[in-house]
Design a protein around this ligand. Sequence first.
Ligand code: SF4
Length: 348
Amino acid sequence: MSKQRKAVALVSGGLDSMLAAKVVQEQGIQVEGINFFTGFCVEGHTHAIREKDRSRPKRNNALWVAEQLGMKLHIIDISADYKDVVLNPKHGYGANLNPCLDCKIFMVHKALEWMEANGFDFIITGEVVGQRPKSQRADTMPVVARESGAEDRLLRPLCAKNLPPTLPEREGWVDRERLHDFSGRSRKPQMALAAALGLEEYAQPAGGCCFLTDEHYSAKLADLWRARGERDYDLDDIMLLKVGRHLRPRPHFKLIIGREEGENNFLEGYRRRFIHLRTLGHTGPLVLVDGRVDRDDLELAARIAARYGQGRSAAAVEVQVEDPGGVLSTILTVAPLPPHEVAESWHV
Ligand code: SF4
């Protein structure tokens, strides 16, 4: 009896990786999924915080996909090692701070290590030739296979027929004829395949949930690096970039201002790390101060905090300023900053 072959599928939670895993499962291969946690794809988390996103599903899409396909999923935290990919991408960035080609190489390499450690035979991804401008081009797909070290143990079931046969195809573990020849940006072939496979529900966005592809998010990350004078971050930094209104009134400090109750509650969790302000007597946002500030800076921060609260039209508003941990507390009485004095350039 021939040996049961095992494949590890990179599962993002999107349609393509779901289909790729399913297509190979259909050929009798045992498939298990890996979802890598980079810190930049936390869509469900954002939806859980913000009121306007409450109706959107808060599920972890990768787990949901695994459940739909009846396969085991391994969620692996690569956020520490991933930092080097974000900070020093050998192949550069895409339109924003998305290091897609390096990211793909890195993830396939990590999957390869996992595959070898766990006695699996090959790797599956949902890549499609020509779908993404940088990481999924005919000339960059071999780069991923080569630089990750996976070589021909990397199978892309959705576009395999457009690529040279890989080891699993040559060895007859999978039937190349039952793989696909998708190419380009159209999503129609994927949707038709989903229907043919009886998959009626799947995550909609083709671009996935990675914040590094987001223009506004990337601008905030670049601003953080500029202000710190070094390109570095920790997990809290990148979580906070997704929450609140970010205003930099002076080069040496920035304010993170909750825009609604859910965000204020989330920011409360950071009171031990930042000086924070809140208005007294009027409902208002929780404001974190990121940077080194003096008395004048705090006065300005308090005026801005007052401007975004219910007391914005009052002549004077009391603002409580607390040190991290709430050890020291001061109350400043300030005039809310008039809207025209909130410079456009302050918005990060
Ligand atoms: S969008 Fe993000 S997760 Fe996807 S390949 Fe690019 S950098 Fe990696």
